[in-house]
Design a protein around this ligand. Structure first.
Ligand code: FE
Length: 395
């Protein structure tokens, strides 16, 4: 069902010789945003550039279809026209986020400086600082392909009239950084509104309507004379993109008291507690937060500060943790209530029931760290510790 939105540069599929590796180009029709998937054919490790939140299922499908393991989610800049899915992709795939250091995307684990390289398998993506559309904007070079975000478009360039933009910076980024690449370098833009997929540095150098043959002063005058409408989604998109697309306005009410365990589980543990109330109890020193996820999940997805790790099961194999009882007793430290947190609130019930059987007072934290799966079995959209904006850290 997603295929209509997929533009692939080699329609015959992805069987390419190593010397002719091509990125997979995916289009979000609503925002005209091009997302790119690049991968190392041996290890199948992949990078995604500028993923769009509404296209998360499409991108997960593409990863699965091509047998890829996502290791990096990278932004060219903090977008004003769409919201990134980077934060959710990381939760779902175990990839890491990277973003230009000058963009203020504080949730990105790696803050890229000019010349930095990201590895995926045997391949390398190199960051080129190309300010102008925004002060932090970057382009990314992979082999003889350059991903230019909103810096260089086909026969155009990004606007420079908001978000720390500068027409003279953009002129220098275009003429001194991007046009310094070999003419044969393939240009993959962050947008195209006319159905074109790619260009080359040589072609843009000679024919780009905004910059070819123009002086810096001429370019600045042209850019300042454009009167473009304000992006429709800027007030929503920019703040969200500064946190990798994880919005802190997720719905759901915080309970002001724990709710007794429901249904068949009634009486088998002390009750269910909302993430917000659980955090308040921890802050007040009234209870102990117990993270029952595996070590690997915390490592991939994120840690909650002040939580005591007591795995219910352990990766690999999800074997029950033989030391659970002893560790749970130690965490209660003489009788404090235990608040059990897992991925989505399933293991935490089992762990709370076991702790209750040991004579401890134990609650299940609703929704877990990542929230319940949505209609497409993807997590991270329906509440959860992280979605609700409660404290967590990547490492
Ligand atoms: Fe942009």
């Amino acid at each position: 069902m997603m295929q209509t939105n997929v533009r692939q540069s080699n329609p015959g599929g992805l069987v390419m010789s190593e010397s002719n590796l091509q990125p997979i180009q995916l289009l979000d029709p609503a925002s005209g945003t091009c997302t790119y998937l690049l991968f190392d054919p041996q290890s199948r490790e992949a990078v995604i550039i500028d993923p769009v939140d509404e296209q998360l299922p499409r991108d997960l499908d593409a990863l699965q279809t091509h047998g890829l393991k996502l290791v990096w989610s990278v932004e060219t800049h903090a977008h004003a026209d769409h919201i990134t899915s980077a934060g959710r992709l990381v939760e779902l795939t175990g990839a890491r986020t990277a973003a230009p250091a000058g963009c203020g995307i504080g949730t990105a684990v790696v803050q890229l400086e000019h010349g930095d390289e990201l590895r995926f398998g045997a391949e390398t993506l190199r960051a080129l600082h190309t300010p102008g559309h925004t002060a932090g904007s970057m382009s990314f070079l992979w082999r003889d392909h350059v991903f230019t975000g909103d810096t260089l478009l086909i026969d155009g360039c990004g606007r420079t009239d908001f978000q720390s933009g500068s027409a003279s910076d953009l002129y220098r980024s275009l003429t001194r950084v991007l046009f310094a690449l070999p003419d044969g370098t393939t240009v993959w833009p962050g947008h195209d509104y006319h159905g074109r997929s790619h260009s080359t540095i040589g072609h843009e150098k000679r024919h780009n309507a905004r910059v070819a043959g123009r002086s810096e002063a001429g370019f600045v005058a042209l850019m300042e004379g454009l009167s473009l409408p304000r992006p429709r989604r800027i007030d929503e998109a920019v703040p969200a993109n500064l946190t990798s697309g994880l919005r802190h306005d997720a719905g759901g009410d915080a309970l002001d008291a724990p709710r007794p365990a429901q249904g068949a589980a009634a009486g088998s543990y002390a009750g269910d507690i909302s993430p917000e109330l659980a955090w308040r109890w921890v802050q007040d020193g009234r209870a102990v937060l117990v993270d029952v996820r595996t070590d690997a999940e915390r490592e991939w997805v994120g840690f909650v500060p002040e939580a005591t790790p007591v795995a219910w099961k352990q990766w690999p194999g999800m074997a029950p943790n033989p030391d659970f009882d002893a560790q749970a007793r130690a965490a209660a430290n003489g009788g404090k209530p235990l608040l059990m947190l897992c991925r989505s609130g399933v293991r935490s019930i089992a762990a709370a029931q076991r702790a209750t059987a040991l004579g401890l007072e134990a609650y299940n934290i609703l929704e877990g760290f990542e929230g319940d799966p949505d209609g497409q079995a993807h997590r991270g959209t329906l509440g959860g510790w992280r979605r609700r904006g409660l404290p967590w850290r990547q490492k």
